[in-house]
Design a protein around this ligand. Structure first.
Ligand code: SAM
Length: 496
């Protein structure tokens, strides 16, 4: 799976310089960003901004949303506040920029202060760009900056979609984080906690489209799209419930992906965000059927889990009872003699167990789908030269001196959708206690405590695709029992 940033070093450099020309700075750590922010904004200004963000409620109330973006567009605030999005602009800007050709007329819906719009216009002087936004202050700022850059191929308009009719037609429409802003909306629930599939519930889909305002906005944009035009869309649709809802809204209007949707990964200060995906869509031609992927995305290595010390030791014993596939061993001048075993447990879990004569034990476990990845680690360890060997072990399990021997650390844990496959395949599963119920928000939740071979497990799942599987050795099964009770007492989510 690709993750957004296109590899065009010259363009990336252009984009970095361009963002700097807006006064934006790139920060990778929160502390230095906030220090900078405090050196520019007074405490009162920061308090006012905090109140404004509280008041806004994720963009669901029109007046608050307009007021919010009007304030953010103040010329003295733009560099400070939009610096938080430096990496977002960089990732998204480079991904979208390369997809603009062969367009002639481009509409950027919800362009804000026009940071990306003006960059695209600068990169493609022969293409005509129009940016629209309902925040008049944002548009003022966008016009000012475009003028400063002497861009003659761009125009900005204050326009609230769908209340105002869009003028003209476009062969490319862009929307980045503007079409589907209702951030608290979880989208469509799955049929039950056992599956990620959704019912074809058209009524619910329509109600949701109306409630979130997506229906009006999408229909209005489509009325301005030329018959063979494209749309490039990037919304917060990483959660499957939101993604399926959004894709169905596009599919119902005859739109289909013309390139593989790409999830985008970017830094928001020191937080790594995975967002999107970025869609490139156009209308279906006659006889063509729409293909939309409604499966959860999987990341290579997402099933992998590492533990050290007691957890590694106890789990290692259980795993080795099934199949050891390969073994490698050696003597290291500082770490002493070592052995690394690679195995498969009941066709469900692949594992690698490393121990050395200094008493260090490290385990890595994953689902069958990450078998090749883990085997690659095994092969690397087998062939690696002594100086790199120690570093590899440290990179993998951390410094032995920092190894946590906390007895509550699970033997295996998986918070991803792949936990479901592993849970379903657990051998000799014996359910000891289970509960399925609706929580206050109408989500169906399931919590299950059981045994698989000589391990205890806890499984937690709901109809909005959250999953958690935890495995513990028999001696520490009481920890999972306590988690189970806690989860029933506060059923909003799995215990941390
Ligand atoms: C999260 S910002 C995104 C700005 C820019 N596209 C970007 O990616 O940085 C959302 C923008 O969409 C605008 N917006 C939201 N709903 C709109 C609507 N119905 N009509 C016009 N603009 C809208 C907001 O005013 C705001 O500037």
């Amino acid at each position: 799976m690709g993750y957004g940033r296109e590899e065009s070093p010259e363009r990336n450099l252009d984009l970095i310089r361009y963002l700097q020309s807006w006064g934006l700075r790139e920060f990778r750590d929160e502390a230095s960003y906030y220090q900078w922010q405090r050196s520019i904004l007074s405490e009162e200004e920061l308090r006012d901004l905090g109140r404004l963000i509280e008041h806004r409620h994720g963009g669901e109330q029109v007046d608050c949303d307009i007021e919010f973006y009007d304030v953010l567009a103040r010329p003295d605030l733009v560099p400070v506040l939009y610096s938080q999005r430096f990496n977002y602009f960089l990732t998204l800007g480079s991904s979208i920029c390369s997809r603009i050709p062969p367009a002639n007329r481009v509409l950027d819906f919800g362009c804000g202060v026009g940071i990306l719009t003006s960059f695209f216009a600068q990169q493609y002087p022969g293409v005509e760009f129009v940016g629209i936004d309902r925040s008049s202050r944002s548009i003022e700022m966008a016009c000012l900056e475009a003028e400063k850059r002497q861009l003659t191929n761009i125009r900005f308009e204050v326009s609230q979609v769908p209340q105002y009719q869009l003028s003209g037609t476009y062969d490319l429409i862009l929307s980045t984080q503007a079409l589907f802003q209702a951030e608290r909306e979880p989208g469509l629930p799955s049929r039950s906690w056992r599956t990620f599939q959704r019912e074809g519930d058209f009524k619910r889909q329509e109600q949701l489209e109306i409630r979130t305002g997506l229906q009006g906005r999408l229909n209005a944009l489509l009325s301005a799209l030329e018959p063979v035009g494209r749309m490039i869309i990037f919304e917060k649709t990483w959660n499957l419930g939101r993604r399926i809802f959004f894709q169905r809204a596009l599919g119902a209007r005859g739109l289909r992906p013309i390139s593989a949707p790409i999830p985008c990964r970017y830094w928001s200060l020191d937080e790594a965000v995975i967002d999107g995906p970025l869609y490139e869509v156009s209308r279906l031609s006659k006889g063509e059927s729409s293909v939309w992927n409604e499966e959860p995305y999987r990341e290579p290595g997402e099933t992998l889990y590492r533990c050290v010390g007691l957890s590694a030791h106890r789990m290692g014993l259980e795993l080795a009872l099934d199949r050891v596939l390969e073994t490698a061993s050696g003597i290291h001048s500082r770490m002493g003699s070592w052995i690394f075993r690679f195995g498969l447990w009941n066709q469900v879990l692949v594992w690698g167990f490393y121990e050395n004569s200094s008493g260090f034990k490290g385990l890595v476990i994953g689902g069958e789908e990450d078998r090749d990845l883990l085997h690659h680690v095994f092969e690397t360890i087998k062939q690696i030269q002594e100086p790199d060997f120690e570093r590899l072990v440290r990179d993998f399990w951390g410094h032995p001196a920092n190894a946590k021997y906390d007895s509550a650390i699970p033997c295996y844990e998986n918070h991803h959708s792949s936990a479901q496959n592993i849970y379903e395949a657990l051998p000799s599963k014996h359910i000891q206690q289970e509960s399925t119920f609706q929580n206050g928000e109408g989500r169906e939740m399931h919590i299950e405590l059981g045994a698989t071979k000589s391990l205890a497990y806890l499984y937690w799942a709901n109809t909005f695709d959250q999953r958690q599987l935890v495995l513990m050795d028999e001696e520490r099964a009481h920890i999972l029992k306590a988690y189970y009770r806690e989860s029933l007492e506060s059923p909003q989510g799995p215990p941390a």
